[in-house]
Ligand binder design. Structure first.
Ligand code: NAD
Length: 444
């Protein structure tokens, strides 16, 4: 049994696809500026920051660096686009669905370009980006496109002579802050439900991997979203990110990243305007990494050796270029070791022994995290008992990393607040308004 924060392996198209595409060689970077009001801008400060290919360590390009001044401009645009009477607010719900479908079409058309960019930016294999990330993005856009005109309230029977009903309204201007490991997918998990419900957006992609998010700017414009509905501000966390989380005119922040930064985001929300916050935070999982993460993972491997775990394989860097670490397995790990307790976020597996079901459930739950868990058994009773007892946002039985646009995803405990995907995501992007009407006539 293990927990992870889940690389996504579902959604693969038919394996018999006749011709798998190849990445584009020498892809020219077209979009490295700030996207506000459907236009490309230089940063107010005039600063840029470099973006590297982590597989080679080579610089891909410089990107305009947004900070508070640029975030202010983006929020102003998003707020104007959300005003009553704006083209976006006047659009029928079904019209929002059509725009999301159109965006899905454009992602399909540009799938090879986006997968190539994602590969350059994250270092992940091209076919993973093409088959997993892009497929997940397209399916999520289509799923929420279908929801746009099905978001409805209730008529509630109340005492005495009143008619009472609820309406689900968009929250307003939403900030979206994303991590470096699934840059486009984590963006679409936020963008699709936010737009489906009628919100506007200010997006800050991770500074390591902003290129696919920026490319989305051109597709948003081409799809026909009105200016200001989606704005993209590439920059660093403590500057551009913090400007979003502290902003008095941002009504909600959706964040995916580390638990450490998740705590800062809640603090900023409470110190500013008590904006709504949804957090998808840490767990335990393997991934492809930059220099900082590379050093951190090697430090965890050393701690495993120092604390007495047995290194079965791996345990060191591989290759002369990039930031790769050999798949690493430790046995004889006990519950108190750092490699068992903390999120490594690298390809390091710990093997822990257990004697009974009660023992393993107690120990699995003895964690600050609760994102996902899995159990493998042919005994149905055992599988269902374990699923019920685990404190985890998702439990997989005889499978792993099976994620779908239709099913909610999120964490218990310090793995986060709120849910992305599925119908549940809609509640994170809407406010419920209760309308109560006094009737002149008494009940008959
Ligand atoms: P991170 O927390 O360092 O950064 C995430 C984002 O937050 C980046 O855009 C960063 O610029 C921004 N940020 C940093 N400091 C900020 C601040 N003070 N205010 C506002 N924004 C700030 O995470 P990362 O290294 O990019 O990603 C790895 C983490 O993401 C891991 O902990 C992993 O478990 C988690 N993750 C979780 C899920 C999930 O679905 N729960 C999915 C992917 C990744």
């Amino acid at each position: 049994m293990t927990t992870t924060n889940g690389t996504i392996e579902n959604g693969l198209p038919d394996k018999k696809m006749p011709m798998l595409p190849k990445p584009i060689t020498n892809l020219e970077i077209q979009h490295n500026q700030i996207f506000i009001n459907n236009e490309w801008h230089q940063s107010v400060s005039g600063r840029t920051f470099p973006v590297y290919n982590p597989a080679t360590g080579e610089k891909i390009c410089d990107v305009q660096e947004a900070d508070k001044a640029d975030v202010d401009k983006a929020v102003e645009a998003a707020k104007a686009a959300f005003q009553k009477g704006s083209p976006w607010r006047r659009l029928d719900a079904s019209g929002r669905g059509k725009l999301l479908h159109k965006l899905g079409d454009l992602l399909e058309r540009n799938r090879v370009i986006l997968a190539t960019l994602e590969t350059m930016d994250t270092g992940k294999p091209f076919l993973h980006a093409f088959l997993v990330d892009l497929e997940g993005c397209i399916r999520t856009l289509r799923y929420f496109a279908g929801w746009a005109d099905k978001i409805q309230g209730k008529t509630i029977p109340v005492d005495e002579s009143f008619l009472c009903y609820t309406v689900h309204e968009p929250v307003g201007v939403c900030g979206a802050i994303t991590p470096w490991n699934f840059p486009l997918l984590m963006l679409i998990w936020k963008m699709a439900p936010a737009l489906c419900c009628g919100n506007t957006l200010v997006i800050k992609p991770a500074e390591q991997t902003p290129l696919t998010s920026l490319y989305m700017g051109s597709l948003i414009k081409e799809a026909g979203f009105p200016p200001g509905v989606v704005n993209i501000v590439p920059g660093y966390g403590p500057t551009a990110g913090a400007a979003i989380t502290h902003h008095p005119n941002i009504d909600k922040v959706a964040f995916t990243g580390s638990t450490e930064v998740g705590k800062l985001i809640k603090e900023a929300a409470s110190a500013s305007n008590l904006k709504r916050v949804t957090l998808e935070l840490g767990g335990k999982n393997p991934c492809i990494i930059d220099q900082e993460q590379f050093d951190k993972v090697l430090e965890y491997i050393q701690s495993g050796k120092d604390e007495g775990a047995k290194l079965e394989c791996g345990g060191s860097a591989v290759g002369e270029r990039g930031f790769f670490i050999k798949p690493t397995v430790f046995s004889e790990v006990n519950d108190d070791m750092r490699i068992a307790r903390e999120e490594i976020f690298g390809p390091v597996q710990s093997i822990l022994k257990f004697k009974s079901l009660d023992d393993v459930i107690k120990r699995a739950n003895n964690s600050q995290y609760g994102l996902t868990a899995a159990v493998f058994t042919e005994n149905l009773d055992k599988a269902l008992s374990v699923a019920s007892a685990l404190q985890s946002g998702t439990v997989w039985i005889n499978c792993y990393n099976a994620l779908h646009a239709q099913t909610p995803f999120g964490g218990f405990k310090m793995s986060g607040n709120g849910r992305e995907l599925g119908e549940y995501a809609l509640t994170e992007y809407t406010e419920v308004k209760t309308v109560t009407i006094k009737l002149s006539q008494k009940k008959l």
